[in-house]
Design a protein around this ligand. Sequence first.
Ligand SMILES: *[C@@H]1O[C@H](CO)[C@@H](O)[C@H](O)[C@H]1NC(C)=O
Ligand SMILES: *[C@@H]1O[C@H](CO)[C@@H](O)[C@H](O)[C@H]1NC(C)=O
Ligand SMILES: *[C@@H]1O[C@H](CO)[C@@H](O)[C@H](O)[C@H]1NC(C)=O
Ligand SMILES: *[C@@H]1O[C@H](CO)[C@@H](O)[C@H](O)[C@H]1NC(C)=O
Length: 731
Amino acid sequence: MNWVQRKIYLYNVTFGLYMLDWWERYIFNILILVLLYFVCYNGSRSATEFYRSHLKVKLGFGGNITSRCYTLTFGDNKIKMENSGGDDQNVTVPPVEGVAGGGTGYGWSDVGQQCSNPLIDIDIDPRKVPSADLVHVWCMPSSANIGQQDVPRPLEPITLLVARNERESAQIAMRPKVSWGAPGIAGVVQVQCTDLCSTSGDRLVSGQSLTLRRVVPILGVPDALVPLDLPVSQINLLPGETTAVWVSIDVPTGQPPGQYEGEIFITAIKGDTDSSAPYFAKGEKHQIYKELRNCLDVVEPINGKSSDEVAERVKSATTSLRRVLLSPTFIECSPENGHIDLMEEDMLTSLSLHLKLNVTVWEFTLPVTPSLPAVFGISETVIEDRYGVEHGSEGWYDALEQHFKWLLHYRISPFFCRWGDGMRVFAYSCPWTAENPKSEEYYSDPRLAAYAVPFTPVLSGGDAAKEFLRKEIETLKSKTHWKKSYFYLWDEPLNVEQYDSIRNMSIEIRNYAPDARVLTTYYSGPNDAPLALNNFEAFVKVPKFLRPHTQIYCTSEWVLGNREDLVKDIVSELQPENGEEWWTYVCMGPSDPHPNWHLGMRGTQHRAVMWRVWKEGGTGFLYWGSNCYEKATVASAEIRFRRGLPPGDGVLFYPGEVFSTSQLVASVRLERILSGLQDIEYLKLYESRYGRDESLALLEKTGVYLGPERYTLDHTPVDLMRGEIFCACRS
Ligand SMILES: *[C@@H]1O[C@H](CO)[C@@H](O)[C@H](O)[C@H]1NC(C)=O
Ligand SMILES: *[C@@H]1O[C@H](CO)[C@@H](O)[C@H](O)[C@H]1NC(C)=O
Ligand SMILES: *[C@@H]1O[C@H](CO)[C@@H](O)[C@H](O)[C@H]1NC(C)=O
Ligand SMILES: *[C@@H]1O[C@H](CO)[C@@H](O)[C@H](O)[C@H]1NC(C)=O
């Protein structure tokens, strides 16, 4: 079959035309042709204008990274990405380096670059030129933030050390040297992965243990990790821009230790070639189906909605439709696009760039239950609004479960929450009552290090709520997992009345279970009855003031500033013999240069939050929110950060619908949180062999972390520390 026949065949199969009579097919085809005519002419013309005039999510799917100009609004102020294009139609495309490379043409662009302004070197045929002459490829560690202006480096193999039940990641950066592609892009590269094989024949399978995600900027900062198809994906490169792909290796618990090797092939290709079609056709059909389905779901329930909501829904559906039209399936309908030829399989690999992956799997197995409970909030209100699920409905339970399991993969113990009056919180890890068999699935999951028990009287003061609480506690306290339970009742009490509320609630809980643990977050004592003369002293006296109504004293890292020495003042007030613990949290504060998870901070700064916890000796960690976007009533609606908060605060992952996938989409910050939590397991292993002082000495000696303002900015010390632990602890 030649190319044209094949496309016609695919078309027939896709739309089920073979089932129709000849005259039905005839009418259908005419309709499609008319539709395509409009699509190609009006669609392609208005597309650019649409993008320029709307600060809307602009994302391609199925590997179209061209439109990675992704915009977000932050609070009231619309912030525009550097690439969302100005309103000037006349920007000239900056020069791109010549084939020989080595130019200094980097960093040319701070202003809008036109997605629609082609500079194609029609002489370049990627089927005849080694890909290395067309595109720079180099590797970067997971702690690097790879910006569009990142400058190429020499290509070296990716070398990773991974324990079992651990995930390690690295990044591949790509930057075109010339243009060889379709209008508006420098060109398309195809990324293809092999399995990783050991000398003894064991495998880490591509698509399962080896995964690829493209790094998409949020507010101009590389953050969202959108899954790519494996074993083959296509990515569009933009002229003069660096694009990154995030590579992760997940080593299963049972994986035999050893040296694993594999390869990633990167090949410059001419558009959507047939060599990839077998992989693409089906996935894309699904994708298009999902998109169209989604449009219907979004616009169908419009009756009786407010005009604002209708507008929001129509806008969302428009974005989806636009995405379908701009997908690779329809790109050949675009009038500028000529005929695309087949590429020979052999030629493809002989011209490809080969990137070696060298993974050392060692015998250490990270404990299934994290050593340090890291409890993170998931806003149930956000889920209800965005996914349109009614509280208590089947869809609601499903959505909650999806979020719960998602965070468990990151060694995080989630709790759902809702904020009440004052800073009352209603926090619970399991949406099912303790009597429901389903609750066992949640509470006894070994990956859960701690769980929040709902304090129902927060919702309604009546006797029924009290009775419910009593029954809930009676059921749970007989279980072996009860020791993982805690009650989180109030966020950051500030005055005597609020501290009293915590006391009152705690009394009620401890009536039913004297060994219950109450967690209280705070950063100061009561401001209307100072416990001491200065603020810090008053803060340190909180345990004395609250005892025995709180067991987990969870303090803000912000209070410490740069003074790690103050930790001993906090800890000396606690009674660990009575089960009291010291946990910490970060939120708006501390701010730069201290470790936190805001967007725009350094990669090692994200990872350092957990190094800090290890050094200071806290036994747990709390983070208030992982999905706290501004309210939206459509899943695929643009994501906005909450006003008044630093960008990224309270948002660690994104709804997949925004990126045309049904899975949740992690941020690189979430990946670095996982890396930090894994580092704690390494340090803990080292401590178990050589003692705590030695583990702290290692953290300092390797230069990884010395204090809140003195930690490595570079990745090398991290590998050094992990390597030391590997050498010292391997059997
Ligand atoms: C990707 O999307 C952009 C829209 O900004 C479009 O101009 C381009 O043609 C698309 N490319 C492919 C390969 O789909
Ligand atoms: C675009 O640039 C040309 C030549 O520099 C100029 O004559 C024209 O007025 C410009 N158009 C716009 C819309 O700025
Ligand atoms: C892979 O990495 C290990 C550890 O860094 C090294 O000893 C080994 O020689 C590397 N193998 C190859 C083929 O590069
Ligand atoms: C706490 O309980 C006491 C005794 O029942 C009550 O007088 C007080 O008002 C309560 N305080 C708060 C803040 O709920």
